[in-house]
Ligand binder design. Structure first.
Ligand SMILES: Cc1cc2nc3c(=O)[nH]c(=O)nc-3n(C[C@H](O)[C@H](O)[C@H](O)COP(=O)(O)O)c2cc1C
Length: 445
C-alpha cells in the first residue's frame, strides 16, 4: 500500500451541476440526469483530473408538494438510482472511486451489504458508501412512515445498521472460495461465518451470498454535523464530508472530529475529512464574480424561498421578499440538517438580510469561492496548511463545464505544488486514499 501524501479529492456529481439554475444554462445538456453516456464522460473526465471519488448523492423520493417551485429546480426529481448508475460507470473507468448515498432509515442491511459488496467486486475495489440517516419526511413517506423518526433515534438505528453490514461483509474469509476442481470443492465451509444478530432494529441469521469485497469493506463515508452525527462519524467513518464556511470553523470541526476518534480505538489517519468547496473560475476575479452573479440572478425567487424554508423547517410563503425574516418565525429546534439550520439562523440574526437577499446568498452551508485558477489553488492550499481539511469535496455549479475548468486550470497548479497526485498510486480506492484494508474480524480474532 502506498501512503497518501497529497490531498484527497471527491466530486459531488449531479447531471447538469449543483446550482439551482444549472439546468437553464445553454452549455448543459437538458436530459443529462438520466443519460448514462453523459455520466460516463463525466466519470472519465474526473479520472483524467485524478479525483479519488466520483460521488452521487441521493434521496429516495420525488417531491409531491410545492411543485410550482420544484418545477423550477428539479433536484432529485428525475435521477438514475445511484448504485445502478455506479455499476455502469465501473466498466467505463479504471481508477476512480465510486461513491453513493444509501439511507440507514430506509434500506435493509442485508440488501445494502450485498449491493455494495457487488459494486466493490464489479469495480475491483473502488466502492464507497455514504451512510446517511436521511433528512426529509417526503422520503420517509415512501417507506411506511408518516415522518422521519427523531434525530437521535435515526442515528441509533444507523449504528446498528452499520454494525450488521460490516459483519455481513466479513461473513466469508478472503480465501473462502477456492474453486478447487481437483478436490471438487468450490469453497471451504469453515471459512464461512454466518451472522447471528438479534438487535433493537434488526434481526438476521445468515451470510452474504457473495465473497468478501476486494477492499475488505467498501470505504465508509459520512457527513453528519450534529453532536450525534460527529460521534457516529468518529466511530465508523473513513471519509467525512464537512461543510464549514471558513478555515477557522473548518479547523474547529476537524480537530473536534479527529479528537473523538481515540475513544473508539482509532487514529486520526484512519479518517480523511473532505470539506465542501464550490468554485467558479474566471480568467480574472471580476470575470469569475460576473459568472457567479449571472448564475445567482437566475435563481427563481420561489426556489430561493423554498430552499430556505426547507432547511429552516418552516413555511416562509407568506413573508414579503423585501423584509427580514422576523425572529419569532425561527423554529425552536431542528430535526433535519442541523448545520444548514444553524447557518440560516445566523444569517437572520447577524446579517439581518431581507428574505430576497437571503434567497440569493444561501448555499446550504457553503460559500462559492470565486477567483482565478491561482486564487482557487491558494485557497485550497490555505485550508490544507491550516490543518482544516485532508482534501475537498468539490461541488461544481455546472457540468461538465465547471469540472472541466477546474481540471484544466487548477489541477495542474495543485500538481506542480505537490498537493495533488499526477498518477493513481494504487488499484483500489482504499489504496489511493491511503486507508488500510481491514482484516476479517474472524481471522483477526
Ligand atoms: C457533501 C454532503 C453530501 C451529502 N449527501 C447526502 C445525500 O446524498 N443524502 C442525504 O440524505 N443527505 C446527505 N447529506 C446530509 C448528511 O448526510 C447529514 O444527513 C446531514 O448533514 C445532517 O447530519 P446531522 O443530522 O448530523 O447534522 C450530505 C451532506 C454533505 C455535507
Amino acid at each position: 500500500m502506498t501512503a497518501q501524501k497529497h490531498m484527497a479529492l471527491a466530486a459531488l456529481v449531479q447531471g447538469t451541476g449543483a446550482h439551482p439554475a444549472s439546468w437553464l444554462q445553454t452549455d448543459t445538456q437538458d436530459d443529462a440526469s438520466t443519460d448514462i453516456e453523459h455520466f460516463r464522460r463525466l466519470a472519465q473526465l474526473a479520472e483524467r483530473g485524478r479525483f479519488d471519488i466520483f460521488f452521487i448523492a441521493d434521496t429516495p423520493a420525488a417531491r409531491t408538494e410545492n411543485l410550482h417551485a420544484w418545477s423550477r429546480f428539479p433536484m432529485f426529481m428525475n435521477v438514475l438510482e445511484p448504485i445502478t448508475l455506479l455499476a455502469a460507470l465501473a466498466g467505463a473507468t479504471k481508477h476512480i472511486g465510486l461513491g453513493a448515498t444509501a439511507s440507514t432509515s430506509f434500506f435493509e442491511p442485508y440488501n445494502l451489504a450485498r449491493q455494495f459488496a457487488s459494486l466493490d467486486h464489479i469495480s475491483h475495489g473502488r466502492a464507497a458508501w455514504n451512510v446517511v440517516t436521511s433528512a426529509n419526511d417526503y422520503a420517509a413517506r415512501n417507506f411506511g412512515l408518516d415522518k422521519l423518526p427523531p434525530h437521535d433515534k435515526r442515528y441509533d438505528k444507523a449504528k446498528e445498521f452499520v454494525e450488521v453490514v460490516e459483519a455481513l461483509w466479513d461473513s466469508w474469509e478472503d480465501d473462502a472460495f477456492v474453486n478447487d476442481r481437483e478436490q471438487g470443492l468450490a469453497f471451504l465451509p469453515e471459512k464461512q461465518h454466518p451472522l447471528d444478530h438479534d438487535g433493537v432494529y434488526f434481526k438476521l441469521h445468515g451470510a452474504l451470498n457473495i465473497a468478501r469485497p476486494p477492499q475488505g469493506k467498501p470505504v465508509i463515508i459520512q457527513a453528519g454535523a450534529s453532536e450525534t452525527g460527529k460521534e457516529f462519524a468518529a466511530r465508523t467513518a473513513e471519509v467525512v464530508f464537512a461543510s464549514d464556511p471558513t478555515v477557522e470553523a473548518g479547523k474547529r470541526f476537524y480537530d473536534d472530529l479527529k479528537g473523538r476518534m481515540a475513544k473508539y480505538g482509532r487514529s486520526p489517519e484512519e479518517m480523511k475529512i473532505l470539506t465542501g468547496l464550490s468554485v467558479v473560475i474566471g480568467a480574472t476575479e471580476a470575470e469569475a464574480e460576473d459568472k457567479y452573479q449571472t448564475l445567482q440572478g437566475m435563481i427563481h425567487p420561489d426556489v430561493g424561498r423554498m430552499r430556505l424554508a426547507t432547511d429552516l423547517e418552516t413555511d416562509l410563503s407568506d413573508l414579503p421578499l423585501d423584509e427580514p425574516i422576523p425572529e419569532h418565525r425561527i423554529p425552536q429546534t431542528s430535526n433535519h440538517h442541523r448545520a444548514y439550520f444553524d447557518h440560516i439562523v445566523r444569517m437572520i440574526r447577524e446579517e439581518k438580510l431581507t428574505l430576497r437577499e437571503m434567497c440569493m446568498r444561501y448555499e446550504r452551508g457553503n460559500v462559492t469561492f470565486r477567483g482565478t485558477p491561482v486564487q482557487v489553488a491558494d485557497h485550497m492550499q490555505a485550508w490544507l496548511d491550516a490543518g482544516a481539511a485532508d482534501g475537498f469535496m468539490m461541488i461544481f455549479h455546472t457540468m461538465p463545464g465547471g469540472m472541466r475548468d477546474f481540471i484544466d486550470q487548477v489541477v495542474p497548479i495543485l500538481q506542480q505544488r505537490g498537493l495533488m497526485r499526477t498518477e493513481y498510486e494504487g488499484s483500489t480506492l482504499r489504496e489511493n486514499l491511503g486507508l488500510k484494508r481491514p482484516e476479517n474480524r474472524y481471522v483477526a480474532g
